[in-house]
Design a protein around this ligand. Structure first.
Ligand SMILES: NC(=O)c1ccc[n+]([C@@H]2O[C@H](COP(=O)([O-])OP(=O)(O)OC[C@H]3O[C@@H](n4cnc5c(N)ncnc54)[C@H](OP(=O)(O)O)[C@@H]3O)[C@@H](O)[C@H]2O)c1
Length: 281
């Protein structure tokens, strides 16, 4: 094992992130960082894996907190990052009582802006041929945005990070103005946040291409976790295998991988087979 080579998983105290750490501990030839925003929950998760004979290393990391990112950055700065799994995420359920604006702001803060802040802070330490895997969703498919004009902006090959952030800020502003978003952004902040994650993936892939870093995103499937309130049709362990394969095996870059491990075109037809329990193709 090379102790200077590291893999990092965000939001790994439970669910898919925890399963990804478990799998990486068995397959990655370096140190695997299990990180969590809540220290107690993260240390408990590590203890669970230690009982299985695995040796993750714990570090606190709240991706929404600049100080927390800075402390983590200081901690890893003498190491080389081989793998980053940007997994931490939130979803407000349809019956969530919080006001719409709060849901919108929190969702794009955690899933989009904070993923980017954390990832950008790590870029100086990533090795040549390193891998960044952004955990997206079927909700990250471009077809989920109703406006053709917005779809063109998100998928432009010339899109800059500043322009992408400004697009998402524009969405938040539109919500603040109480605009009718149904035919423009759609009705789900989660969709907007994950489409933003995909757009960031492809933008970063273009920027890091010359450095050999592979940047991909993945829809992990309908995973049984707290996020789905225990429903779902794939275990975190099975979903993690596809994620870890993307992180460890030789790969192309700039891919949107579906839960079956196959790439799908981001701007192609909706790859979902079931929507709200109904078969669509
Ligand atoms: N489950 C699905 O069907 C499904 C489908 C498509 C995509 N995904 C994506 O897969 C990823 C993992 O989801 P999951 O199903 O495993 O959900 P989960 O069980 O709810 O786990 C989410 C994880 O993210 C962490 N987190 C939330 N905010 C954070 C922050 N500010 N900083 C650091 N960690 C934070 C949570 O920590 P706490 O325990 O402290 O809250 C938790 O560890 C998410 O990005 C989700 O959008 C899931």
């Amino acid at each position: 094992m090379n102790k200077n080579r590291i893999a990092i998983v965000t939001g790994a105290n439970k669910g898919l992130g925890y399963a990804v750490v478990k799998s990486l501990c068995k397959k990655f030839r370096g140190i695997v960082y299990l990180t969590s925003r809540d220290e107690k929950r993260g240390i408990e998760a590590c203890k669970g894996l230690e009982k299985l004979g695995l040796k993750p290393v714990y570090h606190q990391l709240d991706i929404t907190n600049e100080t927390s990112i800075e402390k983590f950055r200081n901690h890893i700065q003498d190491k080389q990052i081989e793998v980053i799994i940007n997994n931490a995420g939130i979803l407000f359920q349809k019956d969530a009582p919080e006001p719409q604006l709060f849901q919108v702001e929190q969702t794009v803060l955690v899933n989009f802006f904070s993923l980017i802040n954390f990832c950008e802070a790590m870029l100086p330490y990533i090795t040549y041929d390193g891998k960044i895997v952004n955990i997206s969703s079927s909700s990250g498919h471009l077809c989920r945005i109703p406006s053709e004009d917005l779809r063109k902006k998100f998928s432009s090959e010339n899109l800059t990070l500043k322009e992408l952030k400004s697009l998402i800020n524009g969405y938040v502003e539109a919500v603040k103005r109480n605009e009718d978003l149904k035919e423009v952004w759609g009705e789900s902040p989660y969709v907007v946040s994950k489409v933003g994650v995909n757009a960031y993936t492809f933008l970063l892939q273009r920027n890091l291409f010359s450095k050999g870093v592979k940047v991909n995103c993945i829809h992990p499937g309908y995973v049984i976790s707290d996020m789905t309130r225990g429903s779902g049709n794939v275990t975190p362990e099975d979903a993690a295998e596809v994620v870890v394969k993307l992180a460890l095996e030789p790969q192309d870059t700039g891919l949107y991988i579906w839960s079956n491990g196959k790439p799908v075109p981001w701007d192609g037809p909706d790859p979902r087979q079931y929507i709200d329990g109904k078969q669509i193709n």
